[in-house]
Design a protein around this ligand. Structure first.
Ligand code: SAM
Length: 308
């Protein structure tokens, strides 16, 4: 038992150390990339399109979006399908970016994808004032180590986003909080895992401080209810266990111990065998009903501190 705990502690320390040169301080996106699109849902894409037009004052076809930490390009694809003119994508993980390249093959050929590169940000290798909209969807919690409540890399990222933004440009950020993330069913089985993960999530007031430090003004914030980030279709396999692909697709399980993963599988399997799984899930998961994706929409402050 003690030996297992030591091994697990070493794993976490190594993962934090290697995070310095990896895509995330805690998640292994080369492992996530194969299964991400099987279960991940680009929640709120229509909101992003609407907010982008409203706050920039431009039509979708005239927008150039920079998607930072684009992952497999889910949001980029949705934006282009909705009519956005041009998009540039960067991600620190070559595996996630390869999936995006494959997904956007047609749009690349049409010249609607301006840049698609493996880049670990910040800094951003772009001139000032060149993007109308910047997306940072589920990226900021990957930049700083747990317990670093100054979120120094996240602030640098926001400062850089501010710099490359055009006048009236808009930054769209998504995140989760402890209060929303704990709506996942597996947080009921392993509350410590939930707690450990949420150490990386800035709180709503941390975000406000970060925006001020990056000279940004938050012009809108909301949580999308009726939609969670993860599809549960095919989550449990025919033997009554959580499918490995579902676990792989959700980077949060990179922070789970072997004991926690076993506890999750045992719980699901027992419920499944007793014919109680669906009922238990409905009672213990409110991600779809109450939502998990919180959006912040920001603009650069002018000299009077107002959004430009
Ligand atoms: C949870 S995924 C979100 C992907 C995508 N934005 C989405 O919403 O589907 C986080 C992504 O951020 C990327 N990432 C993390 N740190 C990064 C950094 N410093 N620079 C660029 N990308 C980063 C990871 O490689 C990963 O693809």
């Amino acid at each position: 038992m003690l030996y297992r705990k030591m091994i697990w502690t070493l794993r976490i320390i190594n993962s934090i150390k290697s995070g310095v040169c990896r895509a995330s301080t805690w998640a292994d996106f080369s492992k996530v990339s194969d299964d991400y699109d099987k279960f991940r849902i680009p929640v709120g894409r229509d909101f992003i399109a609407g907010m982008s037009q409203l706050y920039t004052g431009k039509r979708l076809q005239d927008l150039h979006i920079l998607d930072i930490g684009c992952g497999t390009g889910q949001y980029a694809k949705e934006m282009l399908d909705l009519g956005v003119g041009r998009i540039s994508l960067i991600d620190a993980s070559p595996d996630m970016l390869n999936a995006a390249k494959y997904k956007l093959a047609n749009e690349i050929e049409q010249g609607r994808v301006q840049c698609l590169e493996t880049i670990k940000a910040p800094p951003l290798p772009f001139n000032s004032d060149c993007f109308d909209v910047i997306l940072l969807t589920a990226v900021l919690p990957h930049l700083d180590c747990a317990g670093d409540k100054t979120y120094q890399n996240a602030v640098k990222m926001l400062e850089e986003a501010n710099r490359v933004l055009t006048k009236n440009g808009t930054i769209v950020i998504t995140t989760s909080f402890f209060s929303t993330f704990s709506r996942y069913w597996f947080c009921k089985v392993c509350p410590e895992l939930c707690q450990r993960l949420c150490e990386y999530f800035p709180s709503a007031s941390d975000f406000e401080i970060m925006f001020t430090r990056a000279n940004l003004k938050c012009v809108q914030k909301f949580t999308v209810i009726g939609a969670g980030f993860m599809s549960y279709e095919g989550m449990v396999n025919s033997e009554g266990y959580v499918d490995q692909a579902w676990i792989n697709s959700a980077c949060c399980f990179d922070l789970a111990t072997e004991e926690e993963l076993t506890a999750i599988q045992d719980k699901v399997h027992t419920l499944y065998q007793n014919g109680k799984w669906k009922e238990w899930l409905a009672e213990n998961d409110s991600t779809n009903e109450l939502g998990i994706a919180t959006f912040f929409v920001c603009q650069r402050k002018d000299n009077e501190g107002q959004a430009q």
